[in-house]
Design a protein. Structure first.
Length: 157
């Protein structure tokens, strides 16, 4: 699959310590960026299928903290802390995941004549052995999260 081809809905690449998901979504770049940066949208789609999210702190600015708890379908809670590293509206968001597993996530939003090419990459700081375990749930979890984003975008229009 060529992730640069606008007809592709999904491409996932897994490297030694990196996961890259590319999608073309049927929504303008500004709306997709809003879905990533406004709490009232992000809280509705962030996380794999079956998860809900409770935001505790959402200070979207470079150096700002985003703390939340992901509630799993099995009843388990997963506390998360992210730090916003970079925000370039409506082009890019860079987030540092400050709890295990540690990673730097980058979302890039490219305009494609009214649609948006979204490239979401996560580069993990842990060693390859840890990443081999993490990717077993991180890859499907990230893909499901992007599915939920697309569903939310469809409900916004």
């Amino acid at each position: 699959m060529n992730p640069n081809d606008a007809t592709n809905k999904i491409a996932t690449q897994v490297g030694e310590r990196e996961i890259v998901i590319t999608r073309v979504v049927d929504a303008p770049r500004e709306i997709v960026f809003d879905a990533w940066t406004k709490e009232e949208h992000l809280s509705k789609w962030w996380g794999p299928r079956g998860f809900t999210t409770t935001f505790q702190k959402f200070d979207m600015k470079p150096g700002g903290t985003w703390q939340f708890i992901m509630h799993g379908p099995d009843g388990a809670d997963y506390p998360n802390t992210n730090v916003f590293v970079e925000l370039v509206k409506p082009e890019r968001i860079v987030i540092e995941h400050a709890v295990f597993p540690h990673f730097l996530a980058t979302a890039i939003f490219e305009d494609l004549d009214g649609k948006t090419k979204l490239t979401y990459s996560t580069v993990f700081e842990e060693n390859a052995a840890v990443f081999d375990k993490v990717k077993t749930y991180a890859v499907p979890g990230a893909e499901q999260t992007m599915d939920r984003l697309e569903e939310h975008l469809a409900s916004m229009s």
